[in-house]
Design a protein around this ligand. Structure first.
Ligand code: GLN
Length: 548
């Protein structure tokens, strides 16, 4: 029998309590104890994956190395653990049902009535246990999306209840995360919502082993003992999680509350080492006590919801920590940017990122932003669609290709500088059909990206259908916008960089998916560094002006 232990994390009272961060924090603490750990997210929606979802729905779609389009919580898992996740780390109701219905069509159920229990719950259990196969991990943490009591979470709750029964108490652990609201009128923290939420779990046959309580104020021991008594949880297993200024502080606070120690005790995990959180603490200190700041403009069209650009925002903060620098990000709606106001809107930014995206809306603002960065020597990073916009802009304004465009926006453009990839031309389905996951890229020696990565072969994650049209490459390179990174098999352009500019780089891939707390991505480090240099230069110029 496998020796893998399973931890299930559920949420109660309300959504958005930070289950993903708590799960990632505990996983990181267990990893620091020398255990091999992975985290899985179960999402109760019926979409097969979040790839077809508008970012306004659930935030960014995160892409794994093996090309799965997944929930953004997987991004947190990778950023905290520094270990890649795969398709198996994200299960949706859509995927579960699809598998069961396919089996039914094949006749695999031999004439039986196919039902939520046992067929759907069996498929959920199979997908949880998949990660524990071959003892690859000592601990698998499974985060159950949604809030207990939701109709759509019920099959998941039932599946993990059964697993607890089948695997036995020392092989499974239930953590329930809830909210303890603070009523300012009476100056009290209230435990009733937590009691009710635990009751719902109990009705479904699950007794939580540990409660993590999100609160605005520290829990008194009275509150802890009240919750312990009413929820049948040991007093030391009632853990507080208060608001913090950076999510990367959460593991440090949870460790102070002994969360990892209680987990290994209850799971009877012996001989783990004492975690060394020195390097992590150092990064948190850098984030909390910056010595300088730099303004970065993030131009995109989903800016109303910061979660849409979660990985980019986190990558900038990792890179900023390297320089003890606070990265002040202004998210700017590309629809608001016009040729006339671009200098007012972007004038104070010391670095500009044009974000990934799809479709026509707000495209002009992105193109004007790329032009502004190019003409004003402002460090620029164009990611995926952002790179494509920089290419379109250059074609129009430097090469003189009037109305050059991507065929995604204008099918009949006379200058299709960005065009649909050959292998995409026959595809009609939208779900899971893009060029996805990690692809190789060969970097040209002597270029800025070569300096940045300090190597000539890299592999980065992708999510796109359109590409740089190589028919125009010679013209671009002659004018100084060069392809400094190319896929060695297909010759697809992966990186464009502008010569004679301090730092102007467009990447067809998504570096933001692989930046972690302990290993910030080199492109973000170099981008922030260039923005800092630009900032210093700008203030230098101001001084000169003042002296005149
Ligand atoms: N829409 C563009 C494409 O499909 C860019 C995609 C992206 O930014 N992720 O190529």
């Amino acid at each position: 029998m496998s020796s893998t232990k399973y931890i299930f994390i559920t949420g109660g009272v309300t959504s958005s309590l930070g289950k993903g961060i708590v799960s990632a924090s505990l996983a990181m603490l267990l990893q620091e104890r020398g255990l091999s750990v992975t985290i899985q997210k179960l999402d109760p929606y019926i979409n097969v994956d979040p790839g077809t979802l508008n970012p306004y729905e659930h935030g960014e779609c995160y892409v794994t190395e093996d090309g799965a389009e997944t929930d953004l919580d997987l991004g947190h898992y990778e950023r905290f653990l520094g270990v890649p996740t795969t398709q198996a780390n994200n299960v949706t109701t859509g995927r579960v049902y699809q598998e069961v219905i396919d089996k039914e069509r094949r006749g695999d159920f031999l004439g039986k009535t196919v039902q939520v229990i046992p067929h759907i719950t069996d498929e959920i259990k199979r997908r949880i246990m998949l990660l524990g196969q071959e003892d690859q991990y000592d601990v698998v943490l499974t985060e159950i999306g949604g809030t207990v009591g939701d109709i759509e979470s019920l099959p998941y709750i039932e599946a993990v209840r059964q697993l607890k029964f089948e695997l036995g108490p020392s092989n499974t652990l239930f953590i329930h995360l809830t909210l303890v609201p603070y009523l300012s009128a009476t100056g009290e923290l209230k435990t009733k919502p937590t009691q009710h939420s635990v009751k719902v779990l109990l009705e479904n046959g699950i007794q939580p082993d540990i409660l993590v309580l999100r609160a605005e104020k520290n829990l008194t021991s009275d509150i802890r003992s009240k919750v312990a008594l009413f929820c049948n949880v040991e007093m030391d297993a009632v853990i507080e999680s208060v608001n913090v200024s950076t999510i990367y502080e959460v593991p440090l606070l949870l460790q102070k509350e002994n969360l990892d120690e209680i987990a290994i005790r209850k799971l009877k995990l012996e001989n783990t080492k004492t975690p060394d959180l020195g390097p992590w603490t150092e990064v948190v200190d850098r984030l909390k006590h910056p010595e300088c700041s730099v303004k970065i403009g993030l131009v995109g069209k989903y800016v109303e919801l910061a979660d849409s650009y979660k990985s980019i925002i986190e990558s900038l903060s990792h890179a900023g920590a390297t320089f003890r620098c606070k990265v002040e990000i202004t998210c700017i709606h590309s629809e608001e940017i016009t040729e006339e106001n671009v200098n007012v809107i972007l004038g104070k930014q010391r670095g500009i990122i044009v974000a990934p995206g799809f479709g026509d809306r707000g495209i002009d603002g992105k193109i004007f932003s790329a032009r502004y960065a190019r003409e004003h020597d402002i460090p620029f990073l164009g990611i995926c669609l952002g790179m494509q916009c920089a290419v379109i802009e250059f074609a129009r304004n430097v090469l003189g290709y009037k109305n050059a465009h991507s065929t995604e926006m204008d099918e009949d453009t006379s200058y299709p500088v960005i065009d649909l990839m050959e292998e995409q031309k026959e595809i009609t389905d939208k779900g899971g059909t893009m060029r996805l996951g990690a692809w190789d890229c060969k970097i040209k020696e002597g270029t800025k990206v070569h300096q940045t990565y300090n190597k000539t072969h890299i592999s980065e994650r992708h999510r796109h259908r359109y590409e740089f049209n190589n028919a125009y490459l010679e013209a671009f390179e002659k004018a100084g916008f060069i392809a400094s990174g190319i896929n060695p098999e297909s010759n697809l352009v992966e990186i464009m960089e502008l010569t004679g500019h301090p730092w102007f780089i467009g990447v067809q891939f998504h570096p933001e998916y692989s930046s972690t707390v302990m290993k910030p991505h080199p492109l973000f480090i170099q981008f922030v560094k260039s923005a800092l240099n630009h900032s210093v230069e700008q203030s230098g110029k101001k001084e000169v002006l003042a002296r005149k």
